[in-house]
Design a protein. Structure first.
Length: 304
């Protein structure tokens, strides 16, 4: 057993950015065809450079879960991220959600993405985040495949009920999803509001709700539960000048655009109010207390 952690020391939380273009998000999936991506205006370099400056100013290192599709088109950006002392990890190749793939296609997707990201960045990839937190009870084979390909950790589960993703039965903190493997899953942060789990790890919730909610929620997790938070957001969330998808459904537009103007200011507060670091370092620190939790193998899961 290792030494007991100092109960007074501030916990270091995991900070992550899911590196994708403004047009590669779930909200626009039905409006923008993958075949049209190559012709759309790229914004990712400017947005990530803005974040690299913001993190340097706050003296914070983070993890950039990057699409293989983005890495192969922006190798210089990958080297700038790695050069800043940040971790480069994988977000899959083209944002296909895991539960829409077969095990064989998933295996190919993560192998291809890793190869492209490592080639572009010159850094080794040991972490994976599923697009739209799409690993759940339907895809028990996904963790087995990540373990087989030698990933150290995954941060692919939202342990909460949500309208288009979520796995409410999963543990809220670090767990080992594959018996006999050191693979650690670090679910995105939830807070307890009474008996209810609520999403508190970033994304649209951070943008739309007042900053005081996030500060309260992460404070609860750190101070009361003595666990680190895992927080995420996207480069397009700090880009008020991105092209507007006026023909997308209203609900999708609200989800995508609300709060973008104030996002950078909120992030500065968040970086100042808590301690942040790379997710690979967090996975290593949490490994000793990750509980075993293997998703139940559903007989029809291969066909999902
Ligand atoms: Zn994503």
């Amino acid at each position: 057993m290792g030494q007991a952690p100092d109960p007074e020391a501030p916990l270091v939380n995991g900070l992550s950015v899911d590196v994708e273009e403004w047009f590669q998000v779930g909200a626009f999936e039905r409006v923008i065809d993958r075949a049209d991506w190559a012709g759309m205006a790229s914004r990712v370099e400017g947005n990530v450079d803005f974040l690299l400056d913001l993190f340097a100013e706050a003296r914070v290192r983070a993890t950039f879960f990057t699409l293989g599709w983005v890495a192969e088109r922006h190798p210089a950006l990958m080297r700038r991220i790695a050069g800043g002392g940040h971790e480069i990890a994988s977000h899959g190749y083209d944002h296909a959600r895991v539960f829409t793939l077969s095990r064989r296609i998933f295996a190919q997707d993560i192998a291809k993405a890793r190869c492209l990201i490592e080639d572009a960045s010159g850094a080794r990839v040991s972490g994976y985040r599923a697009p739209s937190f799409s690993i759940d009870a339907r895809t028990p084979w996904a963790f087995e495949e990540l373990a087989a390909q030698g990933y150290a950790y995954s941060s692919s589960v939202a342990p909460v009920a949500h309208d288009h993703y979520g796995w409410p039965e999963a543990p809220r903190f670090a767990f080992r999803p594959v018996a006999g493997s050191p693979l650690v899953e670090l679910p995105v942060t939830t807070a307890m509001l009474g008996q209810r789990r609520v999403a508190a790890g970033g994304g649209g919730f951070f943008r739309v709700l007042p900053y005081s909610f996030s500060r309260w929620a992460i404070g609860q997790v750190n101070a009361r539960e003595r666990r680190p938070a895992v927080f995420y957001f996207h480069p397009w969330e700090v880009d008020p000048d991105q092209p507007r998808m006026d023909h997308a459904p209203l609900r999708s537009r609200l989800r995508h655009y609300t709060g973008i103007e104030s996002m950078a200011g909120k992030l500065r507060k968040l970086l100042g109010d808590f301690e942040w670091g790379r997710v690979d370092a967090l996975a290593a620190r949490e490994a000793h207390r990750a509980q075993a939790f293997a998703p139940r193998s559903l007989p029809h899961s291969e066909a999902a």
